[in-house]
Design a protein around this ligand. Sequence first.
Ligand code: HAM
Length: 418
Amino acid sequence: MPAFQAPKGTRDLLPPTSTRARELVAVFAGLAEQAGFGQVVPPMFEDLGVFLRLGEATDVVTKEMYDFETKGGDRVALRPELTASIVRGFVEHRPTTPWKVWATGSCFRYERAQKGRYRQFDQVDVEVLGTADPEVDIEVIALGWRFYGALGLRQVSLELNTLGDPGDRPRYLDALRAHFGAHLDALSEQSRITLEKNPLRVLDSKRPEDAELVAAAPAIADFVSDDARSAFARVQAGLDALGVPFTVAPRLVRGLDYYTRTTFEFRGVGLGASQDAVGGGGRYDGLTEDLGGPPTPGIGFALGVDRTLLACDAEGVFGAPTGGVAAFVVDVVDGSHATVLCDQLRRAGIGADRAYDGRSMKAQMKKADGSGAAVALIVGDQEVGDGTVVVKDLRTGEQEAVTRDDVVAHVRKLVSES
Ligand code: HAM
């Protein structure tokens, strides 16, 4: 056992997984930018107060925050998500609306670490600030859906709910209090505490002893305003029109408190019931005001990069890129020719690698075969004397001596044929 290991709940992403994670973000970036979203890169930590707006009764705030005091005495926290930072940035910079942005990066939550649940994990995220138009809800949800489709995932499902407007909430909370209050004995101890602080969050309990009561709880749809109801109907019709399948989940509440109206979650396979959310989001029409800005509606989602990759594994899609280099230089003289040839090839845009430490011809050829390269370039004393390089097609075994001047063009031709 080494003296140090990656901290609990964190992982080293090694190649090729790291390449795969980067490509996943690139696919997301491509789709987001094609839909008119620009990238924001917020800081990884903020004044703790920014994140307290996520809800005093959420686990994210009460139990999972990586908060600390800086050497200067400021109370800061590593971001548990991107939305609050992005909205803080919106309030600070006041860009013109609608502000359509995407972001990616690591988030930190002090959670019970297990497969698919980490203390440092990555999200890709979009947010639209400045419009309450339900058409934007449809666009945002469809963007998430299309992203999973672009990765090749076919077993992701979409759950949809509305949480109504803040004005609808008190009546619903009363109904929840009455429902759960009448069966307090049957409720888990944790949920009894949650009920005191925020009855809505009891619906999010994953504890088996709460399941029956949660399933029987009143549905918020019966308590929302006509306005919120008709917006929700429009979102559903819009998704239907785009061919994005969903189910309405009347008891879907999210793990953060800022949501209003449309909320949704994407579920994948192969992750276990409590980690199967590969992504989620919704409207947060009050968050900008909570962070000191003008009343500004907003909607967005975040998709977990780590969990999405696990879902890809489970479905056998979006495999590790075969990548690697196109050419491998075998130098049995002194290694310096490999340095020059690799540099030449790379500058010409051809991926090239080589061996080190004066290894034998046999050992270097083995490396060349293992590198995935299509072509090996071989330099020995004779080639140096002749001013040539032997270029070997590793797929056919054919080889020929090529002058130094022609070598890049020759390799390019062979590589483009592969
Ligand atoms: P969230 O549901 O807390 O929402 O997280 C979004 C996604 O991040 C989850 O569905 C999951 O895939 C991933 N995730 C969360 N926690 C972990 C973890 N401990 N380990 C691995 N993956 C995790 C938000 O963060 C909101 N900011 C989404 C949003 C954006 N709402 C509006 N705009």
